[in-house]
Ligand binder design. Structure first.
Ligand code: ZN
Ligand code: ZN
Ligand code: ZN
Length: 351
């Protein structure tokens, strides 16, 4: 905060608050806010009825419950009095900020990610172990898919998505974050919403799924083919597979994030599919499924040991098919470590 000339940090709903306090605020209209002044003790302003949910952390923050007839933004205003520059969490609701503005007429506002982002990006051993456990759980499900143990042909995308969601919970996650299932031409839309489309024989089925286990997220993408793989699809997939492996291999400590993107993208572009790779190569992952660092052209941030992120190039041919291959990787002093290890091939399934 001193480096960034930030006087006070205000964190509400979102992931910065649990990262610093261990408490996840309910995403409701009643204000919960951790007030962190640079030179004084931190205070968590919390609805009185929620106070019992907080595990007290003496010496970390004080708890200040507010009653139903009080104005919590006035309380935050008082605690922040004199602050000239205030950093707010990305996911704080606009409502809270709008209500705070009149209480802090002399303050300017900036994003808390400047302070909390670098802390959250550098995962410690326990965080990496949590990501690895979540990753191993979704790998188990990917294996079932690839062995034909999850029925596909004749079911709708939505039914397969629900199946994946159930398995995500059974494998130890507390929450399903997404279970994209996209068949055939639908796979050309990277974030396709699984719907009533029935999966047929002889088409690609893209699955991208993950959840949250003990606070940390999983996220993996595997494609299977319901029949014999045609030459054009096999050819494109071989390029994708090589590009994904090159992205992971490039993710060494000190390498700028954009160079990981370039390593994967160059292979796809050189093979003539460049126009069909329509998104960045990856995103950081941790408490949130998408967080810093982003693996994208323009991000010159050098990777540090402990940075965790996806490497997920794709090739999307509108109206025909799409494919993506995604692993979570961690930069370590010993080189890149992939946290997903299910089969990387495009497997032909009888399912
Ligand atoms: Zn995504
Ligand atoms: Zn994904
Ligand atoms: Zn992802």
């Amino acid at each position: 905060m001193a480096d960034r000339q930030i006087d006070t940090l205000l964190l509400s709903v979102g992931h910065d608050l649990p990262y610093l306090s261990g408490y996840t605020a309910m995403p409701l209209e009643r204000l919960t806010m951790l007030v962190v002044p640079r030179d004084a003790d931190a205070t968590m302003v919390i609805p009185r009825l929620e106070a019992a949910r907080v595990t007290p952390q003496p010496g970390v923050f004080d708890l200040l419950p507010w009653g139903e007839t009080e104005d919590p933004t006035a309380i935050v205003g008082t605690l922040s009095a004199g602050a000239r520059r205030i950093a707010v969490g990305d996911q704080m609701w606009a409502r809270f900020l709008v209500e705070l503005l009149p209480h802090l007429p002399d303050a300017s506002f900036t994003r808390a990610v400047d302070v909390v982002g670098p802390l959250r990006m550098s995962k410690d051993d326990a965080e990496i172990a949590a990501l690895a456990a979540a990753g191993a759980a979704v790998d188990t499900i990917a294996g079932e898919l690839q062995r034909g143990e999850i029925p596909l042909v004749g079911r709708t995308e939505a039914e397969v998505s629900a199946h994946l969601g159930r398995r995500i919970i059974e494998e130890g996650h507390q929450r399903v974050n997404f279970a994209i299932v996209a068949a055939g031409e639908n796979a050309a839309s990277p974030h396709h919403h699984a719907g009533s489309r029935v999966i047929r024989e002889n088409e690609i089925v893209l699955t991208d799924f993950g959840g949250t286990m003990d606070g940390y997220c999983s996220d993996t993408t595997r494609c299977v083919f319901t029949g014999e793989i045609p030459a054009d699809v096999a050819e494109a997939y071989a390029v994708l597979h090589e590009a994904q492996a090159a992205g992971v291999a490039a993710a060494t400590v000190g390498t700028p994030c954009q160079d990981v993107d370039r390593a994967a993208r160059a292979i796809i572009a050189d093979a003539g599919y460049g126009e069909y790779f329509i998104h960045r190569t990856g995103h950081g992952i941790g408490l949130e499924e998408h967080e810093d660092p982003y693996i994208v052209e323009g991000n010159t941030l050098p990777l540090e040991a402990g940075h965790a992120f996806s490497v997920e190039p794709g090739i999307y041919v509108p109206g025909s098919w799409g494919m993506r291959l995604e692993d979570i990787a961690v930069a370590t002093a010993d080189g890149p470590r992939a946290l997903n290890n299910s089969n990387h091939e495009l497997v032909s399934v009888d399912a």
